[in-house]
Design a protein around this ligand. Sequence first.
Ligand SMILES: Nc1nc2c(ncn2[C@@H]2O[C@H](COP(=O)(O)OP(=O)(O)OP(=O)(O)O)[C@@H](O)[C@H]2O)c(=O)[nH]1
Ligand SMILES: [Mg+2]
Length: 224
Amino acid sequence: MTTSAAVLPAYNEATHATGVIEQIEATGLVDHVIVVDDCSTDDTAARVAETGAILLSNDSTRNYGGAIKRGYNHALELGVDYIYRLDADGQHDPGELPRFWKELRQPDCQYVLGDRFGDRSVNQSMPLDRLIGNRVVALATSLRVGNRVNDPPCGYRAMDANYLARIPYEQFSNDFQISVEEILAFDELDAGFEEVPVSCIYENEASTLTYYDGVKFLLPNLRW
Ligand SMILES: Nc1nc2c(ncn2[C@@H]2O[C@H](COP(=O)(O)OP(=O)(O)OP(=O)(O)O)[C@@H](O)[C@H]2O)c(=O)[nH]1
Ligand SMILES: [Mg+2]
């Protein structure tokens, strides 16, 4: 029997986090939901503590990447076989987790990346600057790995935990670039890579992503 964990970085997600956790649990695909709260100033920690999720509260800000790395540490300590990663702001639909599992359970697949551009409607809902930025990062990452990678910044993904354990992910950056660094590291291990279309819900959630973060997504592709 294989086991799995979902890692959710959270900063001020009191409005959305509990709903996302319940939807993940409802899929029956995930044994442990790990929420890494980064000194949120709202009720995120108290709300998550009321759920069945594992709450890891950072005593000092570690940022998006730092939070994800702490979640990975805990998931590997739990000895799971598979790790899902999705955001806690309700932009990723946990109902699409089976799409990731369908790929990940194939023997030749060790990494599955969500692709927001697989779903045409996203192109209308994603802000234009974000759309252009994502296409530039996709081009740079595709050239770097020599295969088409449609949506490297997408925070919705799944992986084989035994492969992650072979990667020095602690050296990854503490901010949004981790999403590209991770793809390059799995590529270096010749991991079987798949992409699945995912929707991306744009409502009123506040974004912490800046233009500078957008540019930084390119940096890992420039490091040899
Ligand atoms: N722990 C932690 N989580 C963070 C931090 N910054 C963002 N997050 C979480 O990471 C997820 C993605 O952050 P967003 O700000 O939504 O970034 P994004 O989804 O790429 O940008 P948008 O598409 O504009 O929302 C959300 O669940 C945030 O709560 C942080 O510094 N620490
Ligand atoms: Mg978001």
